[in-house]
Design a protein around this ligand. Structure first.
Ligand code: ATP
Ligand code: MG
Length: 457
């Protein structure tokens, strides 16, 4: 969904001839056509919905290609889930073919064809804007902010990012069209940018994150030319709208390869561009690093097990030490409880973080709650303690507590207590919280009331 998604953010590749030193002139090169017998992109790897759209476009006389990650992942037999289709039909023509179709985007109209929960995105081939009347623009850093012209497949291809993402699977004869050498690059597991890498990263710095994301997910090597172009230019990411970075953040950390991706982001000095306060702490706090890694491993394991993952948990992990440190400062300035100080500090740290990645409130609010609950685990007696089990953020906060204790950043006995009480019956529980109330406190012996006052008299 990315290339067209990018359109909606108003950023797009504009292959200006001067910059595309290393690539052939757009439109000037014939593709290498790889017949079905010579590749392994099987229809079994393509969803029925995507096949339906492809076939219907084809039957109506249009060109219809599966493109992007769908082809790449099918070649790698990774069972792709996201399918992008490219065609020479205009969005209106696409719409007239499908009743379950909606056009989205104002300047760049894309067709979304819906089948139950699955959405197939159909994009009309686009050309470099400078071919026709110029309707594109770059910002002062060279980032593309507009591009808006329909074209042909041999123009469309040059706007894509990596060669492995620029393969077109033709439904007419099941061949794969390769203009950029992507077929070999998939086989050799290499991420190579189309065109001049420095220029391509300047016009859309998110491509740096995409390089790392694909390297993490696919185990590909980022080509040295790309690594070289990234070096010293990671701060270009500060020009990218924070909302777009949130989308990218989700893809980086929720696709099941978060740990590998995290290491790669740090290796290429990209993590600090996304989470500056976190990076600063990570580089001088080995426990925090271990904590973060363990959280990422757990999250990947959950994805592998088909369990749900929420970005708020990882955000809490990333921001924990910055929040904790600021909370201590706030507490030294003003009298407040530990929970209050954590809540206040979360608020401030999140506000700082929003400048890089805009995180919707539906994630920041539960994250603050989860962090602010941490000090409450230390209280293991009485009704208030028992009530914690009923808190709507208990589960997340407890998982967070476990993680802290696992890496030696939290008290193991406390974690064990909260693990234990969860499996207890209500009576046992009452007892546990009661027993806690008794430990350490000497009970004053109750004075016996005389049964019969007359007895002693
Ligand atoms: P995945 O679906 O696994 O994230 P993908 O390659 O399909 O991988 P999408 O974000 O779905 O990624 O994008 C679909 C295609 O659009 C890409 O394969 C690529 O050809 C093109 N594309 C996406 N984002 C960009 C970009 N920032 N610059 C250039 N081309 C892009
Ligand atoms: Mg995709």
């Amino acid at each position: 969904m990315g290339l067209s998604r990018l359109l909606l953010y108003g950023a797009f590749f504009h292959p200006n001839g001067n910059h595309l030193k290393n690539s052939p002139n757009p439109g000037s090169k014939a593709p290498k056509v790889i017949p079905r017998a010579a590749h392994n992109v099987s229809r079994d790897e393509i969803s029925n919905a995507a096949l339906k759209v492809l076939y219907r476009l084809h039957k109506a006389g249009y060109q219809a290609f599966l493109v992007g990650g769908g082809v790449r992942d099918a070649m790698l037999e990774l069972h792709p889930k996201d399918f992008d289709i490219a065609t020479d039909a205009t969005p209106d023509e696409v719409r007239s073919l499908f009743s379950n179709c909606r056009l989205i985007g104002r300047r760049f109209r894309l067709a979304h064809v819906r089948f139950g929960r699955e959405i197939i995105e159909v994009a009309t081939f686009r050309a470099a804007a400078n071919h026709v009347d110029d309707d594109s623009a770059h910002d002062p850093e060279g980032r593309i902010i507009r591009d808006n012209v329909y074209g042909t497949i041999d123009e469309d291809v040059w706007r894509r990012d990596f060669t492995c993402n620029a393969l077109y699977y033709n439904i007419a004869d099941f061949s794969v069209w390769d203009y950029t050498g992507g077929f070999d690059d998939v086989k050799r597991k290499r991420l190579v940018l189309i065109g001049d890498p420095a220029h391509r990263l300047r016009e859309d710095p998110v491509r740096m994150l995409r390089a790392v994301r694909f390297a993490g997910k696919l185990g590909f090597t980022i080509d040295e030319s790309v690594v070289e172009a990234m070096r010293g230019h990671t701060n270009l990411l500060t020009n990218v709208p924070a909302a777009r970075l949130f989308d990218e953040f989700l893809k980086l950390f929720q696709s099941g390869f978060a740990e590998r991706t995290f290491e790669l982001l740090r290796e290429h000095s990209l993590f600090g561009e996304l989470f500056p306060a976190t990076e600063e702490e990570l580089s001088n706090d080995p426990k925090f690093l271990a904590f973060t890694r363990t959280a990422l491993q757990n999250s990947d394991q959950r994805v592998a097990d088909g369990k749900s993952v929420t970005p708020m948990f990882l955000l809490g992990v990333f921001l924990w030490i910055p929040v904790k440190k600021l909370a201590e400062i706030r507490r030294s300035e003003e009298k407040m409880s530990e929970s209050q100080s954590l809540s206040l500090a979360s608020y401030e740290i999140v506000a700082q973080q929003q400048r890089r990645i805009s995180i919707p409130k539906r994630f920041t609010i539960p994250m603050r709650e989860m962090l602010a609950l941490q000090p409450r685990f230390a209280h293991m007696r009485g009704k208030r303690a028992a009530n914690l089990l009923e808190h709507r953020r208990f589960r997340a906060a407890y998982d967070f507590l476990l993680l802290l204790s696992e890496v030696g950043m939290g008290d193991a006995e406390t974690a064990a207590f909260w693990t234990e009480v969860q499996s207890q019956s209500p009576d046992e529980r009452a007892n546990s919280f009661q027993m806690q109330a008794q430990t350490g406190k000497k009970r004053r012996p109750r004075r016996r009331r005389r049964r019969n006052p007359t007895e002693s008299s």
